[in-house]
Design a binder for this molecule. Sequence first.
Ligand code: FE2
Length: 210
Amino acid sequence: MTNAQESQKHLLAATAALIGAAEMDPTLDLPDIGLATASLANRGPLLSGEPVCPPLVSELLDAVELPEIHHLQSMLLALRDAAPTLRWIDPYADRPDQAEFRAGYFATVLAGDPTRDASLTVGTEASIFITVQAPRILYPPHSHLAPELYCAVAGNAEWKKGDGPFELMPPDSWMVHSPWTSHAMQTRAEPLVALAIWTADRDCIISLDD
Ligand SMILES: [Fe+2]
């Protein structure tokens, strides 16, 4: 096994531990989070693809404050190590009008559905993504059919859901978005690293609300 594959497996294990801790926390009561656990437990092999890691991704991962909570800290450390071996995508490459947002927003698919060709592996029951957002960037309101669970892994950013206000959500906050619920993230002075999970309709597209 190569060093890259070791790093990737370590990241998948750290992600599974983070998700497992949330699943065991009765105060969170996250709908269908068990599907994410199952998806990683039953995942396919690591897919070989050329890594694409813009230098800014590693810079942001190094800059964000290490969370105090153990499972978040472990995941961020694993992500710092594995990031250069992953394929970071620009989900809004078809939106030249969103240049400022796109210059500071990166996503990678840890566990995708079979239709998503940039995935690290294929997850069986849920899709799992990592997002990295630079400071002072607005991810504009957007929505999608897939029901979504989001964890703020590192960085204090403002999150908006539906018609509600932007609210500061520290690391270890979980957000639940039912199908077509609009949501948005606004970073402050620090980057945001987040984990997103889709538990159904995993081949759907994301629409900005504009
Ligand atoms: Fe979303």
